[in-house]
Structure formats: structure tokens, C-alpha cells
Design a protein. Structure first.
Length: 263
């Protein structure tokens, strides 16, 4: 019984899309908290600032000046941290809203194709990215060892990762690589393009497109489009306003009243 209760609680309140909803609420509340905290700290800094200016123009004793400066800079540091936290959360929030949009898209069969495709392809994509990141890491290490001592873009792991990632999409500095050694650079570059771009990236597209074709065929061609649904909503509203159509809620209330059931 406890297991069934726990399973029902987990599925009803902690499913994937419910977690997205809870996360959006939590991040929204924390963002509001950081915003008002930043406003309060800004007011505190503005209160201390005249005292700090006066102490700078008319220096008091060393200990008193140190206390005023310490109070001002601590308040300024708290303000910067609160502002930074608020900014980070504001940057994160649109991504959460994007996930909630995917949840909303499930209400329309044709919009739900993208979500269904990603969900169906998830196991294949998971195994693919294991292979992808292993190969990518090998090329990354090879690039650091080959070009790291001579090129700033390959001098550290984070810089090399960004440079190698951009190279997959056609952004590379061949002139600087060739100056290090034409043969070495050419070998790495050709191997990277053949394996990462021509093989693995095309395999990624093939996995997604294959699942997309399967999902697209499963919904059939008779599903309503978004434009037709929008037209029907406007049409029903217009007919209701003109008295040519009865609302479903009114029909439901009449049926419940006929059966003697309270709404």
C-alpha cells in the first residue's frame, strides 16, 4: 500500500513536466527575492555613500575611517552578489519557460511532433552522445598537445574545447594552425572533419530524422493544424456572441440540473 501511494505521488507530482513546473515556480520566487534584496541593498549603499564621501573629503581618525570604508565596501559587495544572482536567475528563467512551452505543445498533435521525437529518440541519443563525447575528448586532448604551446586558443582545456566545438561548425583559423606545421595541422584537421563532422554529426541528424519520420507517420494526416484550430476557436466564439451557439459549460449545467446533481 505504501509502495503504491509513493508511486502515485511520484507520478502525479514529480513527473518530468511537473518537475519543470515546480522548478519554474521555485526559480521565479528566488528571482523575486534576489530582486527585492538588491533593491534594499542599493538603498543601504545610497545611505552609506554620503558618509563615505564626507569621510574621504574630511578624513577622521584612522580607525573611524577604516570602519566607515569597511561598512561601505561590505554593503557594496552584498549588492553586487545579489545583483549577480538575480541576473543569473533571470538568464536561467527563459530556458525554463522554453521547457514549459514544450509541455504546452503536447496539446496540439502537430506541435507535439518535436517533443515526441526527442522523447522517442532519447535512448538512441544517449548512447550516441557517449560515443560522440569520447571521440570529441580524444580530438580535444590531441589538439591541446599539438597546438597548445603555440596557439592561445588551444592553451587550456576550456579554450581548446570552445575552439574545437566551433571548428565543427566551420569556424577555424587554418592560417595560424598551418604556421605550426602544415603536415601535423593538416592531418589533425582532416581527421577531425572526417570523423566528427562527416560521420558523427551526420549520424546525429540521421537518428533524429529517422525518429521524426516515424513519429510523423504515426499521427496520420488527418490531425487538425494549428491554423484550423485557431479558426474554429474564433468561429465558435463569434457564433456564441451572436446567439447561434450554446456554450458547452451551459449544456453541462443543464444536464447536471436535469439529473438533480449540484454543480
Amino acid at each position: 500500500s505504501k509502495a503504491r501511494c509513493f508511486s502515485a505521488l511520484l507520478s502525479e507530482y514529480f513527473g518530468l513536466w511537473n518537475v519543470v513546473d515546480w522548478t519554474s515556480i521555485l526559480v521565479g520566487c528566488i528571482t523575486i527575492f534576489y530582486y527585492f534584496r538588491a533593491r534594499m541593498l542599493c538603498g543601504l549603499v545610497n545611505q552609506i555613500l554620503p558618509e563615505m564621501i564626507d569621510a574621504s573629503l574630511n578624513p577622521p581618525g584612522r580607525a573611524e575611517y577604516h570602519a566607515i570604508a569597511l561598512k561601505f565596501f561590505l554593503a557594496t559587495e552584498d549588492l553586487m552578489l545579489a545583483t549577480k544572482g538575480s541576473t543569473v536567475l533571470l538568464c536561467l528563467y527563459p530556458l525554463i519557460i522554453m521547457l514549459r512551452l514544450f509541455k504546452s505543445f503536447q496539446a496540439q498533435p502537430r506541435l507535439a511532433i518535436v517533443t515526441a521525437t526527442l522523447k522517442t529518440a532519447a535512448p538512441d541519443l544517449g548512447h550516441f552522445f557517449i560515443v560522440f563525447f569520447c571521440v570529441f575528448f580524444c580530438f580535444l586532448v590531441n589538439a591541446i598537445l599539438s597546438f597548445g604551446q603555440d596557439m592561445e586558443n588551444f592553451s587550456s582545456i576550456d579554450r581548446a574545447m570552445n575552439t574545437v566545438f566551433l571548428a565543427m561548425f566551420g569556424d577555424w583559423d587554418w592560417t595560424a594552425m598551418r604556421e605550426i606545421g602544415g603536415l601535423k595541422s593538416g592531418f589533425w584537421f582532416w581527421m577531425f572533419m572526417l570523423v566528427m563532422v562527416l560521420v558523427l554529426l551526420n549520424m546525429l541528424l540521421a537518428i533524429i530524422m529517422d525518429v521524426y519520420t516515424e513519429v510523423r507517420g504515426s499521427i496520420g494526416g488527418d490531425k487538425e493544424t494549428l491554423w484550423h484550430q485557431s479558426y474554429m476557436v474564433v468561429r465558435r466564439w463569434w457564433q456564441t456572441q451572436r446567439g447561434e451557439r450554446v456554450r458547452l459549460s451551459h449544456i453541462r449545467r443543464c444536464l447536471l440540473a436535469h439529473e438533480g446533481i449540484d454543480d
